[in-house]
Design a protein. Structure first.
Ligand code: IPD
Ligand code: CA
Length: 274
C-alpha cells in the first residue's frame, strides 16, 4: 500500500531543495517555456515538477494533473495527483517571499474525493498536511479555522488579479466592509493561512482558479473547519481537468460564509464622484 504521507513529505522536501538552489541564482525568474496550463514555465517550475514526479514514480496506475507537464497516466486510475510545483511563481521570479508547493491526491474523480494533501511554504518551510477525515496540521500540530463571525473585524483574502471590471464592482460591498483585504500572490498558501485561523476567508470569484492551485489547500482547509462553495452558495464541483477554470468562496465558518455570500449578492453600489 502507498504511504502517501511519506511520499508527499519527500516530494515537498525535494522541491524545497530545488527552490533554495534556484533562488540563489541571478536569473531566478528565467522562463524556459510554456506549461501545459498555458502559463510561462520558470526554471524552478520545471525542476520542482521533475522532483515531484520522480518521488511519485513508484506509485502504480497513477493519474497526474500537473501545471507544466499536463494530464497523463489514465483517467481510470484509482488515485490522481494534482500538482502545482510552485504556486506563486511570479513572486518567486521577483524574490517576493511568498510561494509554495502544492500536491493534492484524490481517490475518485471529484474534488470532494480529495484524500491527502500537502502545501509547503518554500520560504520558511512551514508544512501543512491533511488526510481526509483527520485534523489538518501545520508542522505536525493540529490547525483550526477562526471563529470570527463579524465582517467588520475580518481579514479576508481577495484575489483581484486580472479580474474583470464587473467582478471588481461585485466585490465592492465586501471589500468596503472587511477590516483588511489582503492578497499575497500564491492562492494555495493563502488558503492555508485561512485554514490555520490567520485570515477569516479567501475569496476568488474571478473565474480563473485552476484545479492545480486549489486541490491540496481545499482538503487542508476543509479538514480544518473551512466552508467552501461557489459565489452563489452551491457546492464547489470543478472538473478535475487542467483546462477547468472556476471561482469560489472559502470561509472559516458557516456564519461568516453566509455573510460573505450575502455581500456578494448585494446590488451594485453607485459610484460616488467627487
Ligand atoms: C497563481 C497564484 C496567484 C493567482 C493566480 C495563480 P501560479 O498561481 O496562485 O495568486 O492569482 O491565478 O495562477 O501561476 O503562481 O502557480
Ligand atoms: Ca505554478
Amino acid at each position: 500500500m502507498t504511504d502517501w504521507k511519506e511520499l508527499l513529505f519527500e516530494a515537498a522536501e525535494r522541491v524545497q531543495r530545488v527552490a533554495k538552489k534556484s533562488s540563489a541564482e541571478r536569473e531566478r525568474g528565467r522562463v524556459v517555456g510554456i506549461g501545459a496550463s498555458g502559463d510561462k514555465t520558470l526554471v524552478v517550475d520545471r525542476d520542482a515538477e521533475k522532483e515531484i514526479l520522480e518521488s511519485l514514480s513508484g506509485v502504480p496506475r497513477l493519474r497526474v494533473i500537473s501545471e507544466e507537464k499536463g494530464d497523463f497516466g489514465g483517467k481510470d486510475s484509482e488515485f490522481t495527483a494534482i500538482i502545482d510545483p510552485i504556486d506563486g511563481s511570479s513572486n518567486f521570479g521577483r524574490a517576493i517571499p511568498f510561494y509554495c508547493v502544492s500536491i493534492g491526491i484524490t481517490k475518485g474523480s471529484q474534488l470532494s474525493n480529495a484524500a491527502y494533501a500537502i502545501v509547503r511554504n518554500l520560504v520558511n518551510g512551514d508544512t501543512y498536511y491533511a488526510e481526509r477525515g483527520e485534523e489538518s496540521s501545520k508542522n505536525g500540530r493540529p490547525i483550526r479555522t477562526s471563529s470570527e463571525t463579524d465582517i467588520a473585524e475580518s481579514v479576508v483574502g481577495i484575489d483581484l488579479s486580472r479580474a474583470e471590471e464587473g467582478t471588481i464592482i461585485a466585490l465592492a460591498p465586501l471589500v468596503s466592509k472587511v477590516k483588511r483585504q489582503v492578497h499575497f500572490g500564491a492562492n494555495a498558501l493563502e488558503l492555508c493561512l485561512m485554514a490555520e485561523g490567520k485570515t477569516d476567508a479567501f475569496v476568488d470569484v474571478r473565474g480563473k482558479m485552476r484545479i492545480v492551485d486549489t486541490a491540496a489547500a481545499y482538503l487542508i482547509g476543509r479538514e480544518a473547519g473551512a466552508v467552501f462553495s461557489t459565489s452563489s452558495g452551491s457546492e464547489l464541483k470543478p472538473a478535475l481537468e487542467l483546462e477547468e477554470r472556476f471561482g469560489f468562496v472559502a470561509s472559516a465558518n458557516a456564519t461568516i460564509h453566509g455573510k460573505i455570500l450575502g455581500l456578494l449578492r448585494q446590488e451594485r453600489p453607485s459610484v460616488r464622484r467627487s
